[in-house]
Design a protein around this ligand. Structure first.
Ligand code: APR
Length: 234
């Protein structure tokens, strides 16, 4: 079975009502990263950081997977599909995708501040100041903050390198090391980039087919094309 590796960013969740970061109205227009998404910010004002992520968690819990998430699930009937996402929401999983690797953490998980392997699945939207892990330390969001290591990046580059088809969806490709993934897809792989601003993005390799569409249209259309091509060739 051919392997499709899909690399997603916040753009795939935009039509589910979850804000992106760098578009107009995006999260980094409303908040300074240094106040809400760094270890220093958490040290300085944990309540502000916890509330920032409590609000993002409420938004993620209220959102529903959209047509793009669902089209990627349909692809699993015809290809081996591995999703690598920069997103911390669980919309890929809730749509039914089975293989999802989160590079920047998961909003529905909390972890200990003294043992990073002590991770808790959240069912309520809040982590509050005073919520402690089993070792008695404050719980924090299980999110990779700016300035922190990206533990899954090596796994992700290995997975990207196994792609027969590599699809990038809804990311500005501005944040490293995640953005470097596009250079790990094998030369022989078919490569696609679905994003309304795909054609304006200089970070895109020449052999990547740009599809300047919203995910809800572009992903559905590309999945249909890939399935048709596969069934015609078999
Ligand atoms: N469909 C597809 N793409 C869209 C849509 C849509 N409906 N709406 C917006 N986009 C695209 C934008 O054109 C842009 O290229 O989504 C991209 C969003 O880019 P960013 O806001 O930079 O988000 P992302 O690339 O996911 O950011 C990467 O930065 O702040 C960190 O950790 C955070 O994981 C995040 C990382």
């Amino acid at each position: 079975m051919k392997r499709v590796v899909v690399f997603t960013g916040s753009g795939i969740s935009a039509e589910s009502g979850i804000k992106t970061f760098r578009d107009s109205g995006g999260l980094w227009e409303e908040h300074d990263v240094r106040d809400v998404a760094t270890p220093e910010a958490f040290e300085r004002n944990p309540k502000l950081v916890l509330e920032f992520y409590n609000q993002r968690r409420r938004d993620a819990m209220a959102a529903k997977p959209n047509a793009a998430h669902k089209a990627l699930v349909k692809l699993e009937n015809y290809f081996e599909v591995q999703i690598i996402t920069q997103n911390v929401d669980d919309l890929h999983e809730r749509a039914g995708s089975k293989n999802v690797l989160h590079l920047h953490g998961e909003i529905m998980k909390a972890r200990s501040t003294i043992n990073p392997n002590l991770i808790y699945i959240l069912t309520s939207p809040e982590i509050n100041f005073g919520d402690l892990c089993a070792l008695g330390s404050q719980l924090r969001p299980h999110i990779v903050w700016f300035g922190e290591a990206v533990p899954e990046i090596e796994n992700a580059t290995k997975l990207a390198n196994t792609a027969d088809i590599f699809i990038v969806i809804g990311t500005s490709l501005e944040v490293y090391p995640a953005a470097q993934l596009i250079h790990y897809a094998p030369r022989r792989a078919q490569k696609y980039y679905i994003d309304p601003r795909a054609s304006e993005n200089e970070n895109v390799p020449k052999d990547m087919v740009c599809i300047p569409e919203k995910a809800g249209v572009g992903v559905v259309r590309l999945v249909k094309k890939l399935v048709e091509e596969l069934t015609m060739n078999n």
